[in-house]
Design a protein around this ligand. Sequence first.
Ligand code: HPA
Length: 284
Amino acid sequence: MQNPQEVQSAVAALRLALEDGGADLSRAPVALVLGTGLSPVGEALLAQPGSVRVPFAALPAMPRPGVDSHAGAFVWGRINGVPVLGQLGRCHLYEGRTPAEVCMGVRVMAAIGSRALVITNAAGALDPLFEAGSLMCIADMINHTGVSPLTGLNCDAFGERFPDMCRPYDPEFRKLARGAALRLGIRLEVGVYIGVHGPEMETPAETRMYRQWGADAVGMSTVLEVIAARHMGMRVLGISCLTNKNLPDCMAPAPLAEVIAVAGRAGETLGRLLWEVLPELAAA
Ligand code: HPA
């Protein structure tokens, strides 16, 4: 189901709160979603003088993340001079949220005016050559959640009935991110992300299958939000923080505490990359 009325009511309240706080929305902000363990990097980058924070709880119909590792607020601010609207934390299908609820943040930021989306997550590495703690630029994705945020009557104001997905992640954005990483000496892998429903982690047979399907990293978010973003014509850059290795022949538990700790460390690198690339994304 698509939910234009809920999105409109959240947008009206968010716009008011941002403008009351002094945010300058005359220039469309880049939308930035920060996933598991990555809210601190968003806070560090965005919580500068002049930034405006609006908790999801202050907005009608805005679902609040049910897991502790997700903050649950929008923050408007500038990163390296670029106006950014950050979504700190997200909801997941595994919390019992609907696809429309999972995509509310992205729908809201698009309605505020964002045309570019930087979306991040914590993910397990399926490519045996990818190291925990490194970053992966998402080149393509597999939606293995079993659902779509576009199910039901189409909202034509959002986008068309059958949106094209031949380039879900923007090739120019990817090139800019790779160039920025090279300049900074940051190792940035490139690969395919598979989004699963969760919350259980994968069995060895599942990880073997996902790898054979062509996936390089697995996580429990992002794919539905990217479908919604593409539905609305946003250009998308996706970055996974690889928090653990997920290999069928040497499976090891990846407890949440470890995922958050590794995401926190990779988040510092992510922060440097975002600082470098945002002005280029905003100008592209
Ligand atoms: N699997 C699914 N989701 C994840 C993982 C994983 O290995 N790591 C971080 N999020």
